[in-house]
Write a protein that binds this ligand. Structure first.
Ligand SMILES: CC(C)(COP(=O)(O)OP(=O)(O)OC[C@H]1O[C@@H](n2cnc3c(N)ncnc32)[C@H](O)[C@@H]1OP(=O)(O)O)[C@@H](O)C(=O)NCCC(=O)NCCS
Length: 177
């Protein structure tokens, strides 16, 4: 069961069928997708959003999760926060490695308010309270906003790596306190 997590302004909950339109709006935007994956591409149809929400809901785990980040007051989704095994580079389809990654995708209407950092800090706290020893994050080298989030939540830059996602990424790491 995906954990429910709350912060000052946000509530992180499992995705629901009623979130499909938000997921389509989020992932059909180039500004959101441009730094994601080895070959970035926008979501092209609502049916892809239906599949994506199903995949998000399928990760049903006590510690790992793919959360809908919502406003604590209005319950409306503003983005995605994930904590899950990171795919190792290799033959497609990529297999998960033994490292756990944290990641974030927010709707541009909600950028610049510190939501990504607030949600990510709470997920890191949940990860370490649940016994994880280390969490990694990778970003496209050009993704300055995401690298700022990594630094704001206390992650340490370790340089570039090709270990994950068949892509050259900036690697950030944080160990349990
Ligand atoms: C990465 C992302 C979640 C950041 O969202 P956000 O709402 O701006 O995040 P926050 O407000 O919590 O913090 C952003 C930090 O990045 C900085 N920032 C924001 N946009 C920036 C930009 N274009 N260039 C440089 N820094 C930027 C902010 O100033 C802040 O840093 P600070 O603490 O030093 O002031 C958002 O840009 C996003 O969803 N992007 C698309 C998806 C994506 O690329 N995800 C990451 C994949 S690795």
């Amino acid at each position: 069961m995906t954990a429910h997590i709350t912060t000052d302004r946000l509530a992180l909950r499992p995705w629901e069928d009623s979130d499909v339109d938000f997921v389509y709006d989020l992932y059909s935007r180039w500004v959101v997708q441009r730094f994601i994956g080895a070959e970035p591409a926008v979501m092209a149809s609502r049916s892809e959003a239906v599949d994506r929400v199903e995949r998000f809901m399928a990760l049903d785990h006590p510690v790992h999760g793919i959360w809908a980040v919502t406003g604590k007051e209005d319950g409306l989704p503003v983005g995605t926060l994930l904590l899950k095994p990171i795919p190792a580079s290799g033959e497609e389809p990529l297999e998960p490695s033994s490292d756990v990654e944290i990641g974030w995708h927010f709707h541009p209407d909600h950028w610049g308010k510190g939501f990504a950092s607030e949600a990510a800090a709470a997920v890191l706290e949940h990860a370490f309270a649940s016994g994880l020893a280390q969490v990694v994050a990778v970003t496209n080298p050009a993704n300055a906003a995401s690298q700022s989030v990594c630094r704001r939540i206390g992650m340490e830059h370790q340089g570039r790596t090709k270990k994950y996602y068949n892509a050259e990424c900036e690697l950030f790491v944080i160990g349990a306190p």
